[in-house]
Design a protein around this ligand. Structure first.
Ligand SMILES: NC(=O)c1ccc[n+]([C@@H]2O[C@H](COP(=O)([O-])OP(=O)(O)OC[C@H]3O[C@@H](n4cnc5c(N)ncnc54)[C@H](O)[C@@H]3O)[C@@H](O)[C@H]2O)c1
Ligand SMILES: [Zn+2]
Length: 446
């Protein structure tokens, strides 16, 4: 990122260097700059304080960086602490305003869509056979213009997230004379958002795309955070890219036709968000009266989006802090792969539910989680999800599955664990014996 800041002193090219962040304290961002003042062209760096409350907010947003730069100049040249405090206040408020800045909900989403329409982009809609049937009529009623768009439809299901769909979609776009100003609307669950996002990233070196997620998993997870991918040679999400959607438009009414099993699957991801980042959200989630509460209003959806976006903002390219979102997923991936091969299909979210419990147990073993907290999580998972015959999974089977997923250090694997409900800690090493105990624990709860 290299915006140029003009001041009466000089032109100061600034570059975002890195953001460091600690879970229980504040986070700081580091900028480097070369200044033309007084022939001093050295690169300097300076740590800038970011209020703790804003640590999950969209800190890499350009507006935030502008504030950061002003703060930086004030510290470097004037050492004005008073302004610094004022600016921190501004930064906090602006970070709240910026929150979910590319996510628009219901009426706000309509407005956003009408703006795209007014800009007269050539619009392409990507959907699957289910979302074409159930969701496009809703959107057409709401937005009108969607029916004038070119519709691209792939068969529903994960098998469409592959290279042959990608080639077909490129061909379609070329035949329909799509150009660099065309817009791709991804109307579907996580499969469509991942596939469409990758099509848009690669076509003519990248065209704009907007996600209209139609499954709860996509609304709270897949459509958010800028990861796009296809599966390749049997490996999930092997080929992909990082690029934020121009907008994510959330309509909870679209979820009315989503099968209940998929709502439960997304519920596990939402519980993960709560467990890693927000204890009060956890309490709200475990006291819902029925699963429909998750989709009747947008409040739960918004909360999950807020948590995911905040974490992604700290580490867009998934080098460090974003691993917090992996909580529950190491063991979940092993369970998911095992049942894929052996006993029929388990939804990703269902495997995540059991992964959350197993990794909460690992957190307990490390002394990071109290017995009461573990029991609370256990009660919630047991009452919500069907048992899986995890006891059928032998050590010979789960070990290679875990190797595929994890960085291994000797006899240990790296996990994200809970440090109390509402807090997570990355890069925690667990040995095979501990993992065995965690799997034994979730296998013998019934
Ligand atoms: N990019 C990311 O960060 C990220 C995160 C999580 C998951 N994912 C990906 O998302 C995918 C899983 O997402 P998913 O569970 O939404 O799967 P999906 O897109 O396959 O949707 C699940 C099923 O629900 C149907 N469906 C979707 N919306 C519907 C609606 N409103 N009414 C009726 N049926 C509807 C679909 O046709 C499909 O049959 C996986 O490919 C996963 O890898 C990506
Ligand atoms: Zn997941």
């Amino acid at each position: 990122m290299s915006p140029c800041l003009s001041s009466r002193f000089a032109v100061i090219p600034m570059r975002f260097e890195r953001m460091t962040y600690c879970l229980e304290g504040s986070c700081s961002i580091q900028l480097s700059y070369g200044t033309l003042i007084g022939r001093d062209d050295k690169i300097r760096t300076c740590d800038l304080f970011v209020p703790n409350e804003a640590r999950y907010q969209a800190a890499l947003h350009p507006v935030f960086l502008e504030f950061a730069k002003v703060q930086f100049i004030l510290i470097s040249f004037f050492r004005i602490q008073f302004f610094l405090l004022l600016l921190q206040g501004f930064m906090y408020i602006s970070s709240l305003v910026m929150l979910a800045s590319n996510v628009f909900i219901n009426e706000k989403a309509d407005e956003q869509m009408f703006q795209w329409q007014a800009m007269q982009h050539q619009i392409f809609v990507l959907c699957d056979t289910n979302t074409k049937r159930y969701c496009l009529p809703h959107l057409t009623r709401r937005l009108g213009n969607v029916s004038d768009a070119h519709i691209l439809c792939v068969p529903e299901g994960e098998s469409s997230k592959d290279i042959s769909s990608l080639v077909q979609l490129w061909q379609h776009l070329i035949q329909q004379q799509a150009d660099r100003d065309s817009l791709l609307l991804n109307v579907g669950g996580g499969m469509i958002c991942d596939l469409g996002g990758f099509v848009a990233c690669t076509f003519k070196r990248g065209i704009d795309f907007v996600n209209i997620p139609t499954s709860l998993t996509a609304q709270v997870d897949a459509a958010i955070g800028g990861k796009t991918a296809i599966n390749f040679q049997g490996i999930k999400n092997q080929i992909g890219s990082f690029k934020q959607a121009s907008a994510v438009l959330i309509y909870n009414e679209l979820l009315q036709t989503l099968p209940e099993r998929h709502i439960y699957a997304a519920y596990a991801e939402m519980m993960k968000h709560a467990l890693i980042a927000d204890a009060s959200y956890w309490k709200q989630l475990i006291t819902i009266q029925s699963i429909d509460s998750l989709i009747l209003t947008t409040s739960f959806i918004e909360k999950s989006i807020q948590i995911k976006q905040g974490i992604v903002a700290l580490d867009f390219y998934d080098k460090a802090q974003r691993k917090i979102l992996n909580f529950g997923h190491s063991i979940a991936h092993a369970i998911e792969s095992f049942f894929l091969g052996e006993n029929g299909k388990v939804l990703h979210g269902e495997a995540v539910a059991w992964g959350l419990l197993a990794e909460a147990y690992l957190s307990r073993l490390k002394g990071y989680l109290s017995q009461n907290e573990l029991e609370e999580i256990q009660i919630q998972i047991l009452k919500t999800y069907q048992p899986l015959s995890i006891h059928n999974m032998t050590e010979h089977e789960w070990m290679p599955l875990l190797y595929m997923d994890k960085k291994r250090q000797g006899n240990s694997f790296n996990f994200t664990l809970l440090k109390g409900i509402g807090n997570a800690i990355i890069n925690q090493s667990c040995c095979i014996d501990e993992i065995r105990k965690a799997l034994d624990y979730i296998s013998h709860l019934y």
